[in-house]
Design a binder for this molecule. Structure first.
Ligand SMILES: *Cc1c(COP(=O)(O)O)cnc(C)c1O
Length: 376
């Protein structure tokens, strides 16, 4: 009996060929394919600018630098998120302040954010957790009059929709991940999107050591081969490679099919689980749709300990996963500033993530549900 994993990226010959072509071209570092991937991604999201980087973690780092965050500043973030959300705040010397989340979606709401705003709050990172679009508009309505920046952590949300527009489309700054645990993958990789051209130009310099003329432009002769670049501020090496971008271009073309398939599979789970258990799955908001990057289920109160449930499912060849982590429970953030986090603590300890990937079959879904029901 083969084990059903929680996620398998949907990669094929086309990606392999695209990567091989990049290698054969001799141009493997950031170059023409990265520029093309940026244009295609910006068009798909519906934003004027996209800046490709090495991961969503580095995308968040650049977004925070771009927003001018630094020591003494407070940034409200959900604790219920991959730890990179909070770590990016720490990288710039600012202080993460943890807010609780909505129990149905796992996302921040104006009600959970508002009590944490102080005179030192400079930004909120609104996460589209597990692909569920956060109510960015409501959080912006709260933050903007106070001069607080809102950054969308759309790591999981390529292909999710908010009010008829792609996740990230309306954010001043949004960060995406192309890790294989998300939908669209480049192995490792990320993207920052933004509305402002000058900010995009600065982010492009910052991802490349602060260089005034990019190495790609110099090599291509388009930046003026004779022009000496300058380094006007301290930047980073957050570049994506052309090999990754070549894969990303193929993956981006498949994104609509990925989302459609995941939504179909999520509906299949709802049916197989039956009304009572299906009612405990992550909910979609009224204003948008999820790409179901993570389909999580809150265990019934009377169910055994989650570790036992996961072990019983594993014994049946089903690899479910614990739910989203909570950063405030990890060593670096014990004692960090926060609201009471009862919903976060419930969701992080009592949810599990069901296997969901493009090639998952109906028969495998039945096995997953049978294993879950058996474990309960
Ligand atoms: C995965 C994830 C990240 C980090 O993405 P990487 O590309 O692995 O750096 C950040 N935020 C959230 C919400 C994530 O799920």
């Amino acid at each position: 009996m083969s084990t059903i994993p929680v996620m398998i990226p949907w990669l094929g010959e086309e990606e392999a060929r695209a990567a091989a072509e990049a290698v054969r071209s001799g141009w493997v570092a950031q170059g023409p394919r990265v520029a093309e991937f940026e244009r295609a991604f910006a068009a798909a999201v519906g934003v004027p600018h996209a800046v490709a980087v090495s991961s969503c973690t580095t995308a968040l780092h650049l977004a925070l630098v771009g927003a001018g965050l630094g020591p003494g500043d407070e940034v409200v973030v959900p604790s219920l998120s991959f730890i990179a959300t909070a770590n990016a705040v720490t990288y710039v010397g600012a202080t993460p302040v943890f807010a609780d989340v909505d129990p149905a979606t796992g996302n921040l709401t104006p009600e959970t954010v508002a009590p944490l705003l102080t005179g030192r709050t400079r930004a909120v990172i609104a996460v589209d957790q597990g692909g569920v679009p956060v109510d960015l508009d409501a959080i912006e309505e709260l933050a903007r009059p106070r001069g607080i920046a809102v950054i969308e952590d759309a790591a999981c949300a390529a292909g999710s929709v908010r009010r008829g527009r792609p996740a990230g489309a309306d954010a001043d700054l949004a960060a995406f991940s192309f890790h294989p645990r998300k939908l669209l993958t480049t192995g490792e990789g990320g993207m920052v999107t933004c509305q402002d051209g000058e900010l995009a130009a600065r982010l492009r310099r910052l991802r490349e050591h602060g260089m005034s003329v990019s190495a790609a432009d110099r090599h291509a002769g388009t930046g003026g081969a004779a022009v000496l670049e300058t380094y006007d501020e301290i930047g980073f090496n957050h570049r994506m490679t052309d090999v990754q971008a070549a894969i990303g271009l193929v993956q981006l073309g498949k994104l609509p099919a990925m989302v459609a398939r995941r939504r179909e599979l999520a509906a299949g789970y709802r049916e197989l689980l039956g009304a009572e258990l299906a009612g405990r799955l992550v909910a979609e908001p009224t204003y948008g749709t999820s790409n179901f990057q993570s389909l999580w289920l809150l265990l019934p109160d009377e169910a055994p300990d989650r570790g036992q449930v996961l072990a019983a499912m594993a014994a049946e060849g089903v690899s479910a996963r614990r739910g989203i982590m909570a950063a405030h429970l990890e060593a670096p953030y014990k004692g960090a500033a926060r609201a009471p986090l009862p919903v976060t603590e419930l969701l992080t300890s009592r949810t599990l993530i069901l296997p969901l990937f493009h090639s998952l079959t109906a028969e495998q879904q039945e096995r997953v549900v049978a294993a879950l029901k058996g474990a309960l």
